[in-house]
Design a protein around this ligand. Structure first.
Ligand SMILES: Cc1ncc(COP(=O)(O)O)c(C=O)c1O
Length: 437
């Protein structure tokens, strides 16, 4: 065990590091990776499903095609061959782009960090969804913003709330959204809301950061237009290959106007000079053939089965006053439990029962969401998901008469429709969140 020691530098750290402290949830992630624990916590893609021969072929093709370039530094914007490939990927989601407007980053996460770096001064207001992707709160939080939190419902961000805030004089530097099968809520912004958001922000000259890691993981229904396609000059699109190929290669990107691109490249070069040439060019080769599409179909089928199994298990095990979202793609279900449940306090006991999830408080800057949780269906097998959901059912206080975690067979019931997912926005200080997807 590490010895406790006094930090000699305690007075020297920059003020922004105060927003970087880890919550106790981080410690539980180590436990969650134990083989006997069903992890419904991390959003880890099912990379076991990728045929290793396809990956090896991409490595070998990259060496054949690009030679020592794969082993060399590259430019800060990323290899043009990859940028062209990413333009093709975005075209499949209806987004037109020029490779010159793409900056390759070390995962989408770095794009978020760099965007925070170039847009946020301490005290600036930024608009985020409530609940929001924890990694975005972590990335932006380091630049000490204030938050305008816009609630979500089953149709995604409640754009009327943003509109009202703007009428009252709020001027966020940008609006951050994950419109497709969002992390953590799993909901998708409706077409009407997209149009309204795009027009509102365009009119007010407030850029939108559209983070779209899950857009290609649709289980059912029609794809909706990306915000970037609706207002190309006002939307910064963030993409990643983490969910369609591998998070291990750490390849993401931002698509933006030239003025933003130039600043991003400068910020990127300051951070890490360039992304890994090897990983970029292997990714380019992986995406060059047709096999990756078959692999993606396999992944989508597996995630759909995971989602179905999770929804069935929730209906079977969870207390009747609970609500949860029904994602049409992606990785996550967002559960709102009765008021008597504190998902953070409950977590230690859940881990003892060999299941882990992420408590709702991690997804709000100021720690709302005590009776909420995010459950990920992307990684465990369907049987493990069923088991895990059963074990993560809250233990009732003696007076309520609701299910206990042993209460399997409590009876199936119709899944309630989730209404608003969170209470009214309250700008607040940076929270302490685990930097995990
Ligand atoms: C909404 C969202 N944005 C960004 C990321 C970061 O992705 P990457 O692996 O490309 O850094 C994630 C990861 O899960 C995510 O869920």
């Amino acid at each position: 065990m590490a010895e406790l020691s006094i930090d000699r530098f305690v007075d020297l750290y920059a003020a922004r590091t105060a927003g970087m402290s880890a919550s106790e949830v981080r410690a539980l992630f180590a436990v969650a990776s134990r083989p006997d624990v069903v992890s419904l916590a991390g959003g880890m893609p099912n990379v076991q499903a990728l045929p290793s021969e396809d990956v090896l072929a991409a490595v070998s093709n990259a060496m054949d095609e690009y030679g020592v370039t794969t082993l060399q530094y590259g430019g800060g914007q990323g290899h043009v061959a990859l940028r062209q490939r990413l333009v093709g990927l975005m075209a499949e989601e209806g987004v037109g782009a020029d490779p010159d407007d793409v900056v390759v980053t070390t995962g989408a996460q770095q794009a978020l960090d760099l965007l925070g770096k170039i847009f946020i001064d301490p005290g600036d207001l930024i608009a985020v969804e409530a609940p929001a992707y924890v990694g975005a709160l972590t990335a932006f939080g380091a630049y000490q913003p204030r938050y305008l939190q816009i609630d979500l419902d089953d149709d995604g961000m409640i754009v009327e709330q943003l509109e009202e805030a703007l009428v009252q004089g709020a001027r966020p530097k940008f609006v951050y959204t994950v419109p497709n099968f969002g992390n953590p809520a799993g909901v998708t912004m409706s077409a009407t809301r997209r149009e309204r958001l795009a027009a509102l922000c365009r009119g007010a000259s407030i850029p939108i950061i559209e983070d779209n890691p899950y857009g290609m993981l649709r289980f059912e229904g029609q794809s909706l237009s990306c915000l970037r396609a609706m207002a190309p000059d006002n939307v910064i699109y963030v993409g990643t290959v983490s969910k369609v190929f591998s998070p291990g290669v750490r390849v993401g990107w931002a698509l933006a106007e030239q003025s933003v691109v130039q600043r991003l490249v400068l910020a990127k070069e300051a951070a890490d000079l360039c992304s890994s040439s090897f990983n970029m060019l292997v990714t380019e080769r992986y995406l060059s053939g047709e096999r990756w599409r078959r692999n993606l179909e396999t992944l989508i089928d597996a995630y759909r089965s995971g989602r179905d199994s999770m929804l069935e298990a929730l209906a079977e095990h969870f207390p009747p006053e609970s609500t949860w979202t029904r994602p049409a793609g992606g990785f996550f279900v967002w559960v709102t439990l009765p008021r008597w449940v504190d998902t953070q306090t409950m977590l230690a006991a859940a881990v003892e029962r060999r299941v882990a999830y992420v408590p709702g408080t991690a997804f709000y800057p100021e720690g709302r969401g005590t009776n909420q949780m995010r459950l990920a269906f992307c990684f465990p097998t369907v049987d493990r998901i069923r088991e895990g959901v059963g074990r993560s059912c809250p233990t009732k206080p003696s007076s309520t008469g609701h299910c206990t975690h042993e209460g399997r067979g409590a009876g199936r019931r119709t899944q309630p429709r989730a209404r608003r997912l969170a209470p009214i926005r309250t700008p607040g200080a940076t929270g302490a969140c685990p930097a995990r997807p």
